[in-house]
Design a protein around this ligand. Structure first.
Ligand code: 5GP
Ligand code: MG
Length: 183
């Protein structure tokens, strides 16, 4: 795994190794095996970013959950409404289900807050949130994920699903933007 990579105009340095990421995801899978096995959970993975997290996590569950992949399309609403999100791809009946949302990253928490509210409208029994990375210091919404891979600093990350300008999602490690102030 290279320690440094360049994507377009930006330089990144290795921040979390593949080994560490996988180990942490396996630990979350272990907890889910104990806590969710008898709850018939429905996993909802948010594309694109969560695809590798979801794959590694779900492969290590020792039961047979349902899994759905959704996407958030954001577009500019008319005049004052600003950014509007739409949840697409959710075809399952969520009533009385135990839903587990899988995210790659929670930054301000605005996206997951929207998702939770949207899922709630479908009347599930419970909603849990699992996120690979969590920028706790950047939160502007009161979000408290149930399963957290890594608490990360408020810097820009790529790799293991996370992109910079749609590139870098396939990197096995998580890289952070190089800080040139101290270089
Ligand atoms: P939110 O601020 O709503 O919690 O996160 C919104 C979205 O911003 C995330 O789903 C993700 O796509 C993007 N994002 C936030 N922080 C990072 C980061 O460090 N790296 C990348 N690649 N995307 C990020
Ligand atoms: Mg995302």
């Amino acid at each position: 795994m290279s320690r440094e990579i360049q994507i377009k105009d930006k330089e990144f340095e290795l921040f979390i190794t593949e080994e560490k990421i996988r180990e942490r995801i396996h630990r979350i899978a272990g907890r889910m095996n104990r806590e969710l096995k008898d709850k018939n959970p429905l996993f909802i993975a948010v594309l694109n970013g969560s695809f590798l997290f979801a794959a590694e996590l779900l492969r290590h569950l020792n039961f047979l959950p349902e899994i759905s992949f959704v996407k958030l399309s954001s577009y500019r609403g008319t005049s004052s409404t600003g950014e509007v999100n739409d949840l697409i791809g959710l075809n399952e009946d969520l009533r009385a289900r135990n839903v587990v949302i899988l995210e790659d990253i929670i930054d301000t928490g605005i996206t997951i807050d929207f998702l939770i509210k949207d899922v709630k409208r479908h009347n599930p029994s419970s909603i849990k949130v699992a996120t690979l990375t969590f920028k706790k210091q950047a939160l502007v919404k009161p979000v408290d994920p149930d399963y957290i891979g890594f608490e990360v600093p408020n810097t820009f990350l790529v790799g293991f699903g996370l992109d910079y300008d749609q590139l870098g999602r396939n990197l096995n490690g998580i890289y952070k933007l190089k800080d040139h102030r101290n270089a």
